[in-house]
Design a protein. Sequence first.
Length: 139
Amino acid sequence: MRRVQSLQPPPARIGVLDQIGRETVALLGESKGLDFVGDVVLAATQGLRRPTRVNWGDVPRLMETCRRRRAPIVLMINFLVGLVTGFQAAIQLRQFGANIFEPTSSGCRTRSVRSASISSETRIVPSSAENAAPERPRR
């Protein structure tokens, strides 16, 4: 087989950092998120410079509309963050032997049994007098 040679010289090699920079600029060029942030900052500065040009009568109505539309997702995110934080706190309390501060549900408490591997089993232990914290005498 015979090789065909091109009349054009081969393209110059591009360095790794140059390629990363080009891809980042292309990605940001396609993204409209920065445009929105820029528009908000620009509108806020213009509103602070000339407050008479802002339609202040519509601001409370717009805030109320946004609040109603966004409430379900905000509530769900807050619930999930609280759930994760509670589980992490329970692990920390258990490590230091302060699992008496773990919340109980319907008179039962979960206790984790660690095995040699990383996985753990969870079993339900009924709440009893021996699991409860000793009461301190009142002064």
